[in-house]
Ligand binder design. Sequence first.
Ligand code: FES
Length: 174
Amino acid sequence: MAHSTDSHDSISRRIFIISLIGGGAALVCAPVTKLAADFLRPIAPHGETANRLYAGRVAEFEIGRVTHIPAGRLYLSRTEDGLLALRQKCTHLGCAAQWNEATQTFQCRCHGSEFDRVGEVLAGPAPRPLDVLPITIENEEVWIAATQPIERAAFDPAQLTRIDDVAQSESINP
Ligand code: FES
């Protein structure tokens, strides 16, 4: 009988020690995991929300470059005249269009639609250009209203957010 109690105590002790180690490991790992997640996330100034996505500083977007912003499922296209935020969602049936550096076009593999750097349809069944997203520039920081897509029938230069001597806020006018 005494043997059974010893055995029970021993098992309880083992469970206690394992729980202690497990709890300790969780306590040590949680902050490390959070640190790793914080490190991997792009650095954004305060004020970022789901509909106010920080894309970077104006100077990061060189003329002629198309930059993917995966967090917003969008691309930022910098032309000589300004910035255009383009929704990645193809206007045919909603697949994700991808920028192809070699052809300098957005291509949708689902049914072959193709768009130019300002989102105009070049080929395929897509019925209209890629949607644009409102851009705001504050203190040379580019912010995008990623959940407010704007449909358009065609590209118009007025859709660009101009960035010459930007100091104050500026938004596109669809
Ligand atoms: Fe893009 Fe059909 S969904 S071409």
